[in-house]
Design a protein around this ligand. Structure first.
Ligand code: Z5A
Length: 199
């Protein structure tokens, strides 16, 4: 089973994934925990490029989109597809829904561009996606206690509001795959809600 986790920053994706990882391991399942952008050494290098604020020039939106998919292609081929072929459970912190929410809804890139990339480079979509939803300010407050902000975290609230609308749109279009979790709840409750969809 391929499970992805989506949402705006600081909503608790990493926290939930860790709980589910522990849960599956305790149950004796073979489980792989991974993330995007990243998940392989090469894709992690692309992640560094994407998140770095130390570029001398502004990264174009198209470049950002293509780097996301370059990392994803590597990640799918090297990690996700082999793990699924071996019958493992894959827990992935963000996947292509993030590209729709951030690069299309957030940055304003056309859906046609994204669709072209998905059709050609995404051989497998998640079986289930958890969208952790919470007001933008709540996630920002949680996440920003960590310190230095990456290139995405430096965006304004209005950008993240658009991103949230993007996730809402996917949820409306694909309610069977994308489940909305109320991320304002305490972590234990978010975990229980997620489990209820898996049992
Ligand atoms: N991006 C993109 O644009 N396009 C793409 O296709 C992809 C990604 C794949 C990096 O992602 C950036 O890449 C991302 C979008 C872009 N940028 N942004 N924003 P990332 O997933 O690495 O970055 P992130 O979203 O900023 O992750 P995060 O800040 O680590 O958030 P999180 O994993 O959802 O939250 P957390 O680490 O579990 O929790 C944050 C804090 O809140 C922490 O102190 C927890 O202890 C606390 N927490 C967690 N849950 C709770 C609850 N329920 N109550 C109270 N406190 C909580």
């Amino acid at each position: 089973m391929f499970i992805s986790f989506e949402g705006t920053e600081g909503v608790g994706k990493t926290t939930l994934i860790q709980k589910l990882y522990d849960h599956f391991q305790f149950a004796g399942k073979d489980v792989v925990l991974t993330r995007e952008p990243g998940g392989t050494p090469l894709a992690e290098q692309i992640r560094s490029l994407l998140l770095s604020v130390n570029h001398d020039e502004k990264m174009s939106h198209d470049t950002e989109l293509l780097l996301m998919y370059a990392a994803r292609a590597q990640h799918l081929e090297r990690v996700i597809l082999p793990a699924l072929a071996e019958g493992k459970i894959v827990l992935c912190d963000r996947f292509s829904d993030s590209s729709f929410a951030y690069q299309c809804a957030g940055r304003g890139l056309s859906r046609d561009k994204l669709q072209l990339l998905n059709i050609n480079f995404v051989a497998k979509m998640p079986d289930i996606t958890f969208w952790l939803d919470a007001p933008i300010e709540l996630g920002m407050t949680r996440a920003r206690e960590r310190g230095a902000l990456d290139r995405f975290e430096q965006e304004k609230v209005s950008f993240f509001e658009k991103v949230r609308t993007g996730f809402e749109e996917i949820h409306q279009n694909e309610p069977e795959r994308m489940k909305r979790l109320d991320a304002t709840q305490v972590p234990e409750q978010v975990f229980k809600e997620a489990l209820s969809y898996l049992n």
